[in-house]
Write a protein that binds this ligand. Structure first.
Ligand SMILES: [Ca+2]
Ligand SMILES: [Ca+2]
Length: 278
């Protein structure tokens, strides 16, 4: 630049007129070139700075992205670990539940088998009982038929009366105690045994049921009254004041409307025979 100015000045002192003007134009052109060149250099420099700045920005952005990616990867790994842990825990719990269910199912199966066995036993028992019931019903019908026939025969028997499970024959004639019993035995019976107050009340209602010989004596042991089947006397059957003669000859008992009373066995009375139907 300085050399060009010196050149211009030299030419200005040496040349005249047109030469001075040409030199000035050439100098201006050079100046413009320098300016343009300087501008281009500055522009290149600015572009270079801009590129450098852009490169730095890009590098920072990449670093941020890498860090973000690493954080995301770490989070993802942690999440996977948590999920895996949760899955393992759930699997363990599920395994426990399945084991418990198997145990309960096994117990239930055993109980069901036992109940089925009991059901089979009960079914067999029901069948057996049902057959027994049918057999008993058949026997009951047969017994009812036989009892009906027996009652028909009883009603045809002259002089016999029925009460509960016994048949009674009341004599029309009178005999001593021994002859009376002999007559009963010939009829397949024995002198009456008054078992309780109900039977005694029955005798009150039957015509000829009182003032008759009974099967009660104390022939064997004085004072010990026994029936003809060797059973003992039920209390409450004596009439008031009886028995009066435990030590005398009144060793046989008659039945009065008020109850039992002692009398001599040789005295004659009517008598009642009794026969059990069962
Ligand atoms: Ca009786
Ligand atoms: Ca006596």
């Amino acid at each position: 630049m300085d050399s060009k100015r010196q050149k211009i000045c030299k030419r200005t002192h040496v040349n005249s007129g047109t030469e001075v003007r040409e030199d000035v134009e050439e100098m201006i052109t050079d100046a413009n070139r320098d300016t343009t060149s300087r501008h281009d250099l500055r522009t290149e420099t600015e572009n270079s700075d801009t590129a450098t700045h852009q490169t730095l920005q890009d590098t920072g952005s990449v670093c941020v992205k890498i860090r973000s990616s690493r954080a995301a990867a770490v989070c993802l790994v942690l999440l996977c670990v948590l999920l895996l842990t949760a899955v393992i825990v759930l699997c363990v719990e599920l395994s426990k539940i399945i084991d418990q269910f198997k145990i309960k199912y096994g117990n239930l199966t055993e109980e069901i088998n036992k109940l089925n066995d009991r059901k089979s036993i009960l079914t067999n028992s029901i069948m057996i009982l049902s057959n027994d019931n049918k057999t008993l019903i058949s026997k009951q019908h047969k017994l009812q038929q036989e009892m009906t026939e027996l009652w028909q025969k009883i009603h045809k028997m002259d002089g016999w009366k029925c009460n509960q499970s016994s048949l009674y024959f009341i004599s029309n004639e009178k005999q001593n105690w021994t002859e009376s019993r002999r007559d009963c035995r010939e009829r397949g019976a024995d002198l009456i045994i008054i078992n309780d107050r109900e039977e005694q009340e029955f005798l009150k209602r039957v015509p000829g049921g009182t003032s008759v010989w009974t099967g009660l004596t104390h022939n064997d042991v004085e004072g010990t009254w026994k029936w003809v089947d060797d059973s003992t006397l039920t209390s409450g059957l004596w009439t008031d004041g009886e028995p009066l003669d435990n030590t005398g000859d009144k060793d046989c008992a008659i039945n009065l409307s008020s109850g039992l009373a002692v009398n001599s066995c040789n005295t004659i009375f009517k008598w009642i025979c009794e026969k059990n139907t069962v």
